[in-house]
Design a protein around this ligand. Sequence first.
Ligand code: NTF
Length: 817
Amino acid sequence: MTDSQIAAPPTAPAATVPASTALASAIVDTLVHRIGKDAQAARPHDWLAATIFTLRNEIIERWMESTKAAHAAGAKRVYYLSLEFLIGRLLRDALSNLRHDDEVAEALATLGVDLAQIEEIEPDAALGNGGLGRLAACFMESLASLDLPAYGYGIRYVNGMFRQRLDDGWQMELPENWLAHGNPWEFERRESAYFVGFGGEVTSAAEGRVHWSPAEAVEAVAFDTPMVGWRGKRVNTLRLWNARAFDPIKLDQFNAGDFKGALDGQLRAETLTRVLYPNDSTPAGQELRLRQEYFFSSASIQDIVRRHVQYFGDIRTLADKAAIQLNDTHPAVAVAELMRILTDFHELPFDVAWDITRATFGYTNHTLLPEALESWPLPLFERLLPRHMQIVYAINAKLLREASKVEGIDGRAIAAISLIDEGGERRVRMANLAFAGSHSVNGVAALHTELMKKTVFADLHRLYPDRINNKTNGITPRRWLQQCNPGLTALLGEAIGPDFQDDAAKLTALVPFADDASFRERFAAVKRSNKVTLSTYIKESMGLTLDPDAIFDIQIKRIHEYKRQLLGIIETVALYDQIRSHPERRWTPRVKLFAGKAASSYHNAKLIIKLANDVAKRINADPAIGDLLKVAFVPNYNVSMAERIIPAADLSEQISTAGMEASGTGNMKFALNGALTIGTLDGANIEIKDHVGDDNIFIFGLTADEVAEKRAGGYRGRDVIAGSAELAQAVNAIASGVFSPDDPSRYKGLMDGLYDHDWFMLAADFDAYAAAQRDVDAKWNDADSWGRSAILNVANMGWFSSDRTIGEYAKQIWGVM
Ligand code: NTF
């Protein structure tokens, strides 16, 4: 969408604009006095900003009320520290949560402006990679909706997640400048600024006091964004830090003609908050990343301590008034930072500080993938954070002393518990630091939590058997049902009344409607209409025509080998081959959609994107296939794209190797919108199955235990491929260049990997997956059965609301409910 595509506002001057409502005149007033344009000159971005600024007035009032009320009540606050917040667009969210959508749409219409069109030009705030960042955004919304006083703390990246462009099917990464038109949602708080130091040396002063003199320092400046809860009940703060040089320009250097050197400090500071590391479940071991982690952790801890002392006076009561949750290990250095502030500044004894620290922090683990578990080379950590290194040693000494007293903890276990990895190059283990420094350590789905106890954290679990607990992830039903799927929301309201909007658990009232033929018809009509809308978008953006009566089979998520997009593609190739070989059979028309970004340095993931595109190109152009099979890789997957695609899905692909996807949250979004899941017994799929019922989900493949057994038993993909004609045929076709005639050996290495290093058990699961897909076809052809199952998915997904998840954190970890 470009500015010029949007209907021009009426040509009348501002004073005579038919502002039929007070709201319309307020928007025009904002346009004139705040943006400095009249209705005639206003561009779509000006209307967008004017609408947001106008709406903001009400939000600000509620925001201040929320803050004052929490203060007056002496309430305990929740602090959610996360290096990622994938919040997406905010206008529709705020409008909908404040119940102003119709009113604002009408007011804008009187001004000749289409609300839907200006909503579309709001940039996606993509300050995150995938599930972990989106979870943080859902949690912020639920915290406000449950009326819990909370702050999110993160980094205000100038360039968030890269924009993905496909050049001949190859992923290209382009910088995404979400702040190009300014950001009407944010408030710069110049008064909330903190000193964050790096490097330098630690000296002991008189009376055993320790003094850290950093070699360099930047200033962290707060930018606040209001997070509006459902029905505007409460507005919380997302506080994102921006780095600034203390001395933006060295005038002496500048005057001496060294212009570049004069601005060096500013440039170095800006670099800190310039880019989001575009990794998902892949390592990000660069120094800048550790600097980012410490920068935002330090500023956040300083801010939390400052607020506590200001409101409550006594630092010793911190844990009674503050619950800090670490979203994965990215903010784990906050444990050492709080210890530093408590001991070096507040002069508390080490053991007292340690008790306060552990009572204050909780840690959530989001992955068991060894390559994604953070650890930092000890020399780097020590050089950048010399005082924190001393504190880590002191914590470690205490931890290992405690461990050595426990029966059954031997030398091997001690080495595994230690905060320092001594095998090879010495490294600081951030997960162990987060674990040791928290009173609660949670996983994000039942299986994941069990695997934490058995694998990565087995020894720490033996030492602290009460610490690990489960909090199965959730999604906010406001964004992921009400806002993205207004058709379904209206239909649900007609059937069961509006109560489900305030309590997603009430969706179960829909269960009896699964047996109501006329309801099933209306339900199917809503889905079809969503599919038509998506098809129109794909036609316009990609030039591909889709049949809205085909099964819309969708896999959208970050591209990673463990998520097995390759399994989906190979099965697509196998199906293609079957259709060509047996044109006489009655095939069920399918549309296979893929979308997702690959980490820029992840070679195989990028090759998988290219393969999906090559396969799509060939199949879509094959006249023998016609409308029976269409394949598309939709570029630049992001939150807004998910909101567009998910309501149109019939089949949700959740096919990771069992034991590897910690939870998944896309799986929940699809099921809540009436898609059936085809999936493995992995992550939250297991709990989805338990809720929607075995008859309403397609489960296939190895279990996590079976995967582990096979790996231990010397599994070889080669043996399986030899025994599966369909798989062998598809793998050979891809390997021999059928889909890459311009470069026949392009996929040879990728396919060879399946024979000899099939770590993700793709070959092992292929036949079961293909069989499950034929079960999907059969069920699809029984429209009553499909419709019934789809409705039962919606009816039983209320449990996966992030309100339920946050309620559990609030009661069981934070003590705020
Ligand atoms: C992700 N972890 C997991 O891979 C998903 O399964 C899970 O749903 C989300 O977290 C949210 O819990 C990560 O992105 C990371 F960074 F930990 F690898």
